[in-house]
Design a protein around this ligand. Sequence first.
Ligand SMILES: [Zn+2]
Length: 190
Amino acid sequence: MIRFRPSLLLLAAAPALLLSGCGESVASSDAPAAGSPAAALAPPTPGPDGKVRLTAAEWRARLTPAQFHILREAGTERAGSGAYWRTDGKVGVYHCAACDLALFDSTSKFDSGTGWPSFTGPIAADRIINKVDTTYGMVRTENVCSRCESHLGHSFEDGPPPTGLRYCMNSLSLRFVPATPPAAPETGSK
Ligand SMILES: [Zn+2]
């Protein structure tokens, strides 16, 4: 069990944050792994309009059950359970875990104290579609991938500069691609 040290933001707005965090429909989380179905398949090919449209069965074949629940059923991973919520200083780009569209640069990532990876904004406005989410008695802004319309998380107007926005994402909706890959992978190792 991980407990979070409340940030000033949390102290100032604890009740609001409890409501406005990502979580309510909590999924059991499994960290993205090399052996996940998504890692085994090439990214889906967009149609002529640039969109990716797959059936639920096709998504299930590509995603782990927890990823499917979050990305395709608008679920939420448990706070502090994902691979990316910590501030790790890693430089790179966070892609959509479903279709591989580049969504967030690591320079926009910040420590929100929520247990979910948080960003001030996407790489470009057209990477994300905002939808009004009225579930759980709240009015929230849901963020979905503009290419495959998979659920990523929610955004809130309590973020730091320069945007004042907090994109509260699920780690399981993202795949981190380091700017400088570690060592060149060995070829022919299998
Ligand atoms: Zn996508």
